[in-house]
Design a protein around this ligand. Structure first.
Ligand code: 0X9
Ligand code: ZN
Length: 306
């Protein structure tokens, strides 16, 4: 049922992750890090070749926003390629897997994804599916619910808004489970990436203000090599910048929270820009290829600088 070239259901993505862990027990493990409001498992996959000892950890999530299907599809495709590349002795990918430990969460917002994916749902649904109060409006914008400048500019207190921030920081099971997981390895992270769509942007903190963060230059030069690696594959251009400076203020978003708890490099990526959330499936594989080459050059640059 699972098809790596297509948009898959939440269940078949999770089944695929489990199959990988069964096929490659020395390299891959999966873990349920929590359950959603509608009781769906939030599943993460870890790629770790245990032979080479403790490695810097890299976290990649997708699907915070339900309608941005390209994001979970690309995270899943990257999982597929990293594992295959490792066993096929593709030097580029093998060295990534040997040097770094990848924690990949393709669908951070399962309830929203299932609703967007269902014939009975709304394709352009963004939020999760939590009924916070008794009004008829459903859902919290998970990327306004993280505990860093929560309820600042760019979120909303209005439950009916598409950027509703929730009743308190980490009020939502999805953000709580993911942040607890990240905190359980605090100090061990090298990078955090959150994949969204759309806009072809590589965004870094801060997001609550246009004031540059203390690591602005580091973040910018690493982002530039990520963009250069991406561009080298299909000539697709990503714009690089701090969220609050080049996009709009979005307080309570994940990449600035990750930076605030000590993840040295933290980014939100807006994937290819076709001016819609409904992206043809033939964009999945090239996007994953581009991002992997981007990561190769990104890690190279950081290794050289350190
Ligand atoms: O508004 C968002 O959450 C993201 N854009 S999207 O169209 N995918 O919804 C941008 C988030 C960028 N990061 C921060 N603002 N921190
Ligand atoms: Zn998004």
């Amino acid at each position: 049922e699972f098809d790596i070239t297509a948009y898959n259901s939440h269940e078949s993505v999770n089944d695929y992750l489990d199959e990988l862990s069964i096929s490659y027990p020395d390299l891959v493990t999966t873990k349920i890090i929590g359950y959603t409001h509608q009781n769906r498992p939030i599943k993460i996959l870890i790629i770790n070749n245990k032979k080479s000892g403790a490695k810097p950890k890299v976290f990649i999530d997708g699907g915070q926003h339900a309608r941005e299907w390209i994001s979970p599809a690309v995270v899943t495709h990257m999982i597929h390629q990293l594992i295959n590349g490792y066993y096929k002795e593709d030097d580029r990918l093998r060295s990534l897997v040997t040097k770094y430990e990848f924690h990949m969460l393709p669908i951070l917002n399962p309830d929203g994804y299932v609703y967007s994916y269902s014939d009975h749902g709304i394709r352009l649904w963004r939020k999760n599916m939590n009924n916070v109060t008794t009004t008829n409006c459903t859902g919290v914008d998970l990327n306004r619910n993280w505990d860093f400048h929560w309820a600042g500019r760019g979120g909303s207190r209005d439950e009916c808004s598409i950027v509703y921030q929730g009743q308190s920081a980490f009020s939502e099971k999805e953000t709580k489970a993911t942040s607890d997981y990240i905190l359980s390895y605090q100090g061990q992270w090298h990078s955090y990436f959150s994949f969204h769509s759309f806009g072809q942007l590589i965004l870094f903190p801060y997001s609550h203000t246009a004031i540059p963060n203390p690591d602005y230059e580091k973040h910018r030069s690493a982002a530039k090599s990520l963009a250069a690696g991406i561009k080298s594959v299909n000539n697709r251009r990503y714009t690089v910048g701090a969220v609050g400076m080049i996009l709009y203020e979005a307080s309570g978003s994940s990449e600035s929270w990750a930076y605030s708890i000590g993840v040295p490099y933290s980014y939100t990526l807006e994937l290819p820009d076709l001016f819609t959330f409904v992206v043809p499936t033939d964009v999945i594989e090239p996007t994953a290829n581009e991002l992997l080459q981007g990561l190769v050059e990104y890690f190279q640059l950081i290794e050289e600088e350190d």
